[in-house]
Design a protein around this ligand. Structure first.
Ligand code: GAR
Length: 217
């Protein structure tokens, strides 16, 4: 078992929180290098907050709508909540707010996100609709470090799924979500243990000459 202290993780969500719960499950393993210390949301009605509280985690909600149009005003409070909880690593798990360069700079190299597509394909919204429309045969999900440009940061882990004849939106979304639940715990483990480090555009995994196969599925 590692003698390193577990990294203190804050998770931000906006909705049902199924990715957050996949991290909660993974973090139950005694040798998992990360410990979730707080779950926050920009939506007080996010279902995931109830799930997190039921699991015994500290939660908070900061309703972005009460902050008007000034994103940084909201983010300063959000940042303060995370700092109060001594968060070391920030995990965006379906957190559907654009972040300002100010916030990103506070968490540079310490904030990761999951995106429901194989980046750099299909950044932004409605990824499954766009994948179906484009006729791609492979779709999936990506975990990446967050940089000031949306859905562009260095890639940590990816999971691919086939797009089958006759798939509808729900079929594809369900298949991708299952792979999200596999890759996010693996990616967080790699980052929290210090094995995954950013080297330019590439995330290198210490101790491996080749790609760590556990970051691809
Ligand atoms: C997930 O599919 C995640 O990839 C996506 O939101 C969903 C949240 O589901 N994130 C984004 O689209 C970010 N741009 P969850 O609340 O069940 O984890």
């Amino acid at each position: 078992m590692s003698t390193q202290p577990k990294k203190r993780v804050g998770v931000l969500i906006s909705g049902r929180g199924s990715n957050m719960l996949s991290l909660v499950e993974a973090a139950k393993a005694p040798d998992y290098p990360a410990k979730i210390v707080v779950v926050g949301s920009n939506r007080p009605d996010a279902k995931g907050l109830e799930h997190a509280a039921a699991e015994g985690f500290a939660t908070f909600a900061l309703d972005h709508r009460l902050y008007g149009k000034d994103r940084e005003f909201f983010e300063r409070d959000l940042h303060a909540r995370l700092v109060e909880n001594n968060v070391e690593l920030l995990v965006l798990a379906g957190f559907l707010r654009l972040l300002t360069p100010w916030f990103v700079s506070q968490w540079q190299g310490r904030m990761i996100n999951i995106h429901p597509a194989l980046l750099p394909s299909f950044p932004g919204l409605h990824t499954h609709e766009r994948a179906l429309k484009a006729g791609v045969r492979i779709h999936g999900a990506t975990v990446h470090f967050v940089t000031a440009e949306m859905d562009v940061g260095p890639i940590i882990a990816q999971g691919a799924v086939p797009v089958l004849d006759g798939d509808n939106l729900n079929d594809l979304a369900t298949r991708v979500l299952a792979v999200e639940h596999q890759i996010y715990p693996m990616a967080l483990e790699a980052v929290a243990s210090g094995k995954a480090v950013v080297d330019g555009f590439r995330v290198k995994v210490k101790g491996f000459d080749q790609d760590d196969k556990s970051l691809i599925c």
